[in-house]
Design a protein. Structure first.
Length: 135
C-alpha cells in the first residue's frame, strides 16, 4: 500500500500543544487538489506553496493585464497550476512587494476559477489571507 505524507502544523501554547486542524483536514482531504481538477468548483481558501512566475501560454488573451504565480500543493505528487492576479486588483501592489522573484512562499490564499468570454478557464488569485500558514 502507498502511504501519503501530510504536513501538520503543531504550535506550543500556554494550554499545551495545538494542531492546526483546518490545515490538517485540508491536506488530508486533498481539497486544493480537488479544486485544481474541477474548473466548475467555487472559490476556496487553501494552504499552498507559491512563487512568482512568467506565463508563456497563448491561451490567455489578457495576459498583459495579469501577474502570474505558480501555486503548488505541499503534498506529493505536488500538483501545481498557474494562478493569475489582476494587475489592477487592490491586492496587486502589496503582493508584488512581498513576493520576490526566485523565492518560494507558503501563504494561505483565496482562489477561484474564472472563465473569461471565449477563453479557457483559469485560476485567479483573489487575495492572500495570510502570508504564512501560521495563524
Amino acid at each position: 500500500s502507498s502511504r501519503r505524507m501530510i504536513p501538520v502544523s503543531v504550535e506550543e501554547t500556554a494550554e499545551g500543544y495545538r494542531v492546526d486542524w483546518a490545515a490538517f483536514t485540508q491536506f488530508h482531504d486533498a481539497k486544493f487538489e480537488k479544486f485544481l481538477r474541477d474548473p466548475n468548483s467555487s472559490r476556496g481558501v487553501f494552504y499552498v506553496q507559491m512563487r512568482r512566475s512568467h506565463y508563456f501560454g497563448n491561451d490567455i488573451s489578457d495576459v498583459d493585464e495579469l501577474h502570474a504565480f505558480r501555486i503548488q500543493s505541499p503534498i506529493a505528487p505536488y500538483p501545481d497550476a498557474y494562478a493569475f492576479l489582476r494587475k489592477s486588483s487592490p491586492e496587486a501592489q502589496s503582493v508584488l512587494e512581498r513576493y520576490r522573484w526566485g523565492a518560494g512562499y507558503r501563504p494561505f490564499v483565496e482562489l477561484r476559477w474564472v472563465t473569461p468570454k471565449n477563453a479557457e478557464p483559469r485560476v485567479e488569485l483573489m487575495r492572500v489571507i495570510r502570508h504564512t500558514w501560521r495563524r
